[in-house]
Design a protein around this ligand. Structure first.
Ligand code: NAD
Length: 353
């Protein structure tokens, strides 16, 4: 298989962790006989420093013409004083999601068996393991609604728009994901207060009745979901939710697995094109020290193989190499060990065969 991957490492630990993931992808290509080309471009603060724009035209064009995008992370204190729309997170991330039409954000959160003791939850709660998938709507809701401030500066308004079509397309992703997992979707909302949530419930309920009867569906208010994630996380299979609730709940879900350095994500379009990135940020506090955990990015690369290229055996091989490295006790600092970023990457590659 011949594919082009746009590689946008970004800021802080981005280049370190993406470098390890690209080496894993190169090894996969060699082992399984594929031809992957890597088109490296600047994004975020690094791009701003080079050309005054966190998302240069050449980067957006490379992402558009690639078969998939691998992203590290953007942002850092150096660029925090830029005006809002020019900041890395807004200019680069939100624009990429919108311009590339990436409406579905998949964030798996699982406790890897060898890392059970890394979860901050009590052993009896972690039980036989936590393995859930947050399916978050990514291009609508309050992050993309109108934002305004009154002329006197004393009141502000953020609108939270959603259409039935937007809800339906993300709900389809959640139901299809649940069909490949344990067959249960929990739709998280605030239907006791928000009209958009009541629209979500109507659409999701109708869709399940029409097309996904084999999937169990329940609804939960977001405040209760935040509580259940730490009280009984094992009850969740797929959590379907809107943009802002998904942002918050997926970070909470990441914490119960032990380290933010373990969690990958995919942001997908309906045709399978996607952008893949760890859920953590650029970690300026540890950037350049070579101690970042590259596993979230390596697991993002595995998601890329699975979701955008349909290379299931290759994705399984990467994930099981990660599992074996952890089972053999290789740990970066965030997991309580002393392996460097490069050593962790090498440990995965040496177990890929
Ligand atoms: P962060 O995720 O970068 O870091 C939070 C904490 O987790 C830090 O202590 C960091 O050292 C640690 N950490 C994160 N990733 C790690 C890894 N792979 N290995 C080991 N430890 C890791 O969040 P933050 O500090 O709030 O944000 C830093 C910058 O990143 C900010 O500019 C923020 O806006 C940006 N950010 C970018 C993204 C993105 O690019 N998608 C996401 C979140 C934050």
């Amino acid at each position: 298989m011949k594919k082009t991957i746009a590689v946008i490492a970004g800021d802080g630990i981005g280049p370190e962790i993406v470098g390890e993931a690209v080496m894993v992808l190169k090894q996969v290509a060699e082992k399984f006989g594929h031809d992957f080309a890597f088109d490296e471009k600047l994004v975020g603060g690094a791009a701003y420093d080079a050309c005054g724009d966190c998302l240069p035209d050449a980067t957006l064009a490379a992402c558009r013409s690639a078969d998939a995008v691998l992203l590290g992370a953007v942002g850092g204190p150096k660029w925090d004083s830029l005006p809002g729309p020019q900041r890395p997170e807004k200019r680069a991330l939100l624009t990429l999601r919108k311009e590339l039409g990436l409406f579905a954000n998949l964030r798996p959160a699982k406790v890897w068996a060898p890392l059970r003791d890394a979860s901050p939850l009590k052993a009896e709660i972690v039980g036989e393991g936590i393995d859930l998938l947050v399916v978050r709507e990514l291009t609508g809701g309050v992050y993309f609604g109108e934002h305004s401030r009154a002329a006197d500066g004393l009141s502000a308004l953020d609108k939270m728009p959603y259409s039935a079509a937007e809800v339906e397309r993300i709900a389809r992703v959640a139901f299809a994901s649940a069909a490949k997992r344990r067959g249960r979707v929990t739709c998280v909302d605030k239907a006791n207060v928000l009209e958009t949530s009541r629209l979500w419930r109507e659409v999701v309920e109708r869709l399940q009745a029409e097309s996904y009867r084999s999937i169990a569906l329940d609804f939960m208010y977001v405040d209760n979901a935040a509580m259940q994630l730490v009280r009984a996380p094992g009850r969740f299979d797929v959590i379907l939710t809107e943009n802002m609730f998904g942002d918050i709940l997926s970070d909470e879900a990441s914490q119960i697995t032990g380290s933010i350095g373990m969690l990958p994500s995919a942001s997908l379009r309906a045709d399978g094109f996607g952008m893949y990135e760890p859920i953590h940020g650029s970690a300026p506090d540890i950037a350049g020290r070579g101690i970042a955990n590259p596993l979230a990015t390596i697991l993002s690369a595995a998601m890329l193989l699975r979701h955008s290229f349909g290379l299931v055996a290759e994705a399984d091989a990467v994930e099981s190499a990660v599992g074996r490295a952890l089972a053999d006790g290789v740990r970066t600092n965030d997991l309580g060990g002393a392996a460097t970023c490069a050593e962790m990457g090498a440990a995965v590659r040496s177990r890929l065969g």
